[in-house]
Ligand binder design. Sequence first.
Ligand code: C5P
Length: 206
Amino acid sequence: MIIAVDGPTASGKGTIAKALAAHFGLPHLDTGLLYRAVGRQVQLNGGNPDDPADALAACGFADSLLDDEVLRSEEVGGFASRVSVHPPVRRALYERQRAFALQEGGAVLDGRDIGTVIAPEAEVKLFITASVAERARRRWLEMTGRGSDVTLVAIEADIAARDARDMGRADAPLIAAPGAVLLETTTLGRDEAIAAALAAVSAHFR
Ligand code: C5P
């Protein structure tokens, strides 16, 4: 069984994907980390994330980079969003994601284009959303909890810019796949969102 979980940043899709993977005993891939690694590698190379050649050159990042905590920063998230608009970058990361999706026994993948591009044949597709204000609040709590002194206003502007870039790009824009179950998490707590996702997946097999 392939479960595709897509949605914008801080919508809760990562938490939901992890919980579904644990519940069904499936391996999980956070595909955003791959784009974050490319963004970080461009930075390490002293390149420009808006330059397709610099971005493509960074796709050969070492796997050990995927474990680097710095990938979780807002700065690297912004770089990831900028490198991800280049079609050659998306092509370079395609096979790795596709192979993960097709492994024997199935998998859970979360990202922006899992249900539309990486695994359109997924048995279950979820599209997770929440308001910009709520997503900014969640990200702000997470970051200030880690000791960062970012402001809520700055995070909200950042998230809005990232949404616009992810939804507006020509190649694999962020959009709900046909047949995806929409899950709006603005007013849901963590456990409620997970329960709603589990119910949606279970309903699919009833
Ligand atoms: O999900 P996360 O915030 O870690 O993703 C970082 C960036 O990587 C996103 O803003 C998006 O631009 C890009 N991305 C993508 N396709 C995916 C996953 C992430 O374009 N499947």
